[in-house]
Design a protein around this ligand. Structure first.
Ligand SMILES: Cc1cc2nc3c(=O)[nH]c(=O)nc-3n(C[C@H](O)[C@H](O)[C@H](O)COP(=O)(O)OP(=O)(O)OC[C@H]3O[C@@H](n4cnc5c(N)ncnc54)[C@H](O)[C@@H]3O)c2cc1C
Length: 381
């Protein structure tokens, strides 16, 4: 078993870490404070091949492997959780899905633009009553004159503010749940989309989240993948998405350790740096260990995905472990900084809010445990 990055993966990782430090990190606080979508940072990221990381070069992507993609998201998240998740949505949930299931016209129209960073993608699966129970789609798509009329409301659509295209899931056979959902590629300038900006997100602010009301008519060409087979496609996309969210969580957790370490070395109590106290050292040791363990699961899941294997189980384990390890690391960092962290505007305060979302979006921790339990218990009974 070889547990080392290839020289190519190492040098890509280093170049993205440098980009994250120099271009992304200086913007992170302002993105959080303003809640404004960081379109300029995404444009700069496009110049580094970060908007179509795993998309083949034939479609203008960077053609990199999945491990490299996870490493890139981790490095970006260490600087800004918002930029990392915006990248993961357009990469995993839109571009990769089109590369996987799109027909040539979809790829010509959208994949090239997404991969070059000329277009941002959004993914609209969740509804008020279809979050964990995502098959409970109330958005409907009804046949009408060589196309479909799609009506319904989607909630919490990340990137919606800046997106040129959105993958919309709708019931084509209502009542059949996962067997009757179809995916549609809908340009965001299609008449009949009403955008409702959400400015109420606790963390990952600046993600351009919106609720979207649809009453649109689209042609048959808008159907992505087979009719009524949209739900398995959504789950396929979420496999990659969850690996990216695991990587995002790792980056946030590492940033929390960075902050805690720097503070512990300089803050003195009783005449010595708090880093000299075992109580503080053990918190840092636990965070480092838990994040390292979660990184192994994340890279294992990314490697499986890169080999085109089914990686749903591995992705669920990676997301669960990384999001919970990162949550704990942010919590410990808050404890180490104490009042210096527990104030609006501190970096640790932002990380504390940002990390919480990694246990919620792209499937809650409970949803990941359901996937893991189904496999673990599969052999019983
Ligand atoms: C910042 C942010 C960005 C998002 N971006 C997107 C996006 O781009 N596209 C998109 O489609 N969605 C997006 N979402 C929505 C997200 O995917 C959902 O919030 C998530 O899937 C959970 O759904 P819910 O909020 O409706 O919670 P619910 O499904 O109502 O769950 C409530 C609680 O019950 C638990 N629960 C539910 N069912 C079970 C069960 N059977 N067993 C045990 N526990 C259970 C859940 O784990 C949770 O703890 C985003 C959400 C956030 C917060």
């Amino acid at each position: 078993m070889i547990l080392e990055l290839t020289p190519e993966q190492e040098s890509f990782k280093r170049s993205i870490e440098e980009f994250a430090r120099e271009v992304v990190a200086p913007r992170a606080a302002a993105i959080d404070e303003s809640g404004a979508f960081p379109a300029d940072v995404l444009r700069a990221a496009a110049g580094r091949g970060l908007l179509g990381v795993t998309i083949p070069t034939a479609w203008d992507g960077a053609g990199r492997d999945y491990v490299s993609y996870a490493l890139a998201i981790e490095a970006i998240a260490r600087a800004s959780a918002t930029v990392a998740v915006a990248l993961s949505v357009t990469n995993s949930l839109v571009a990769e899905l089109i590369a996987h299931a799109g027909r040539a016209p979809h790829k010509e129209r959208w994949l090239r633009r997404l991969a070059r960073g000329e277009a941002i993608g959004a993914f609209a699966l969740s509804e008020a009553d279809a979050g964990t129970d995502a098959a409970n789609q109330q958005t409907k798509a009804v046949r009408s004159h060589g196309g479909y009329r799609v009506t319904g409301r989607k909630v919490w659509v990340a990137n919606a503010e800046a997106a040129a295209v959105v993958v919309v899931f709708a019931a084509t056979r209502p009542g059949l749940r996962a067997q009757g959902v179809t995916a549609f590629l809908v340009p965001m300038d299609t008449p009949g989309i009403t955008r409702r900006a959400r400015n109420d997100s606790l963390g990952v602010r600046g993600l351009g989240c919106m609720d979207l009301d649809f009453d649109v008519t689209v042609e048959d060409e808008a159907v992505l993948g087979p009719v009524d087979q949209g739900f398995p496609l959504a789950m396929w996309a979420l496999e990659g998405g969850r690996i990216a969210i695991a990587a995002q969580a790792l980056g946030i957790g590492e940033a929390a350790v960075d902050e805690a370490l720097a503070y512990a070395k300089t803050r003195e109590t009783f005449g010595q740096p708090i880093a000299t106290y075992q109580a503080i050292q053990w918190m840092l040791a636990d965070s480092a260990t838990e994040l390292a363990a979660a990184r192994m699961l994340t890279l294992k899941a990314a490697a499986a995905k890169g080999r085109q294997e089914k990686a749903g189980f591995e992705a669920a384990m990676a997301k669960l472990a990384a999001s919970e390890a990162a949550h704990k690391a942010a919590d410990k960092a808050m404890q180490i900084l104490a009042s210096a962290g527990y104030r609006r505007g501190s970096v640790v305060e932002r990380l504390f809010r940002d990390v919480r979302a990694t246990e919620i979006y792209q499937g809650t921790s409970e949803a990941q445990r359901m996937i893991i339990a189904a496999k673990v218990l599969g052999g019983i009974g």
